[in-house]
Design a protein around this ligand. Structure first.
Ligand SMILES: C[S@@+](CC[C@H](N)C(=O)[O-])C[C@H]1O[C@@H](n2cnc3c(N)ncnc32)[C@H](O)[C@@H]1O
Length: 246
């Protein structure tokens, strides 16, 4: 036996990568936090000023850490839980509004062995590297490319006929629409493309989710907890679950 030969490890297959939501935001808070900490160490002449700068720096760095945990891990875990909880039969047609790189879309597709998961997005700069190609590559890397479709489209005017989906999901996407009237139009579109008895699952910042429920006049709201805080409890995410009348 050749004792000098070493087994070459096989390259690990690359799993999906979902990027960072609104990356400028955690970058800015981390940079401000570091600047405060450096100023506390190097410049502040008085002890109270140093303490205040150090506290502000630590708070800003903690904010970035919580944000990154949410966008890289927490939201995946929570969507996996919520999709399990939805009790999908496995043959549904599901539409994800503002799918980005496909986090919800792919978690849903894993639970739809004989169904279909369709994502729509306009690819605005609200998530690092969000492109149609990235979403499709992630679906292929997750082994669900055969049941995932990704369309370029605006959720305010969905390119689908009435009553064509059993489930419509959306994660942190509707609040990106600047005007309340257009956000409500996106919700009306979501209801339009749902089949009677179909289900809406929309996660968004807490005050937004409350307004969506008021606009739709239906639905149950559930806070998703610290694993879905974009930095702190003031940017917490709430899930709205609603059923279209049968
Ligand atoms: C913060 S990202 C969230 C992506 C994904 N849902 C997730 O949680 O990983 C928001 C996404 O909404 C998309 N978006 C914003 N406005 C949209 C619109 N009017 N129609 C479709 N997609 C939109 C953006 O391009 C972006 O990919």
């Amino acid at each position: 036996m050749d004792r000098t030969r070493r087994d070459t490890p096989l390259p690990r297959p690359r799993g999906p990568r979902y990027g960072i939501d609104a990356p400028a935001f955690p970058a800015a808070t981390a940079a401000a936090g570091l600047a405060c900490c450096l100023a506390a160490v190097r410049r502040a002449p008085l002890r109270p000023a140093r303490a205040a700068l150090a506290a502000a720096g630590a708070a800003l760095l903690a904010h970035s850490g919580v944000y990154l945990h949410t966008t890289l891990r927490g939201k995946l875990r929570l969507w996996a839980r919520e999709l399990d909880r939805a009790g999908l039969a496995g043959d549904e047609d599901l539409l994800d509004l503002g799918c980005g790189r496909g986090m919800v879309l792919i978690e849903a597709a894993r639970r739809l062995p004989s169904g279909r998961a369709v994502g729509v997005d306009l690819w605005t700069a609200d998530q690092s590297g969000n492109t149609r190609a990235a979403a499709l590559a992630n679906a292929a890397a997750a082994g669900v490319g055969d049941r995932v479709q990704v369309r370029t489209g605006d959720m305010r005017a969905l390119p689908f006929p009435d009553a064509s989906f059993d489930v419509v999901t959306s994660a942190l996407a509707i609040h990106n629409i600047p005007s309340p009237r257009d956000r409500y139009r996106a919700l009306d579109e979501a209801l339009r493309v749902l089949r009677p008895g179909g289900r809406l699952l929309i996660a968004d910042l807490r005050p937004m989710a409350r307004r969506y429920a008021a606009h739709l006049g239906r639905g149950e709201l559930r806070d998703l907890g610290p694993a879905y805080w974009y930095g702190g409890p003031y940017l917490a995410v709430t899930l709205l679950e609603a059923v279209k009348d049968g």
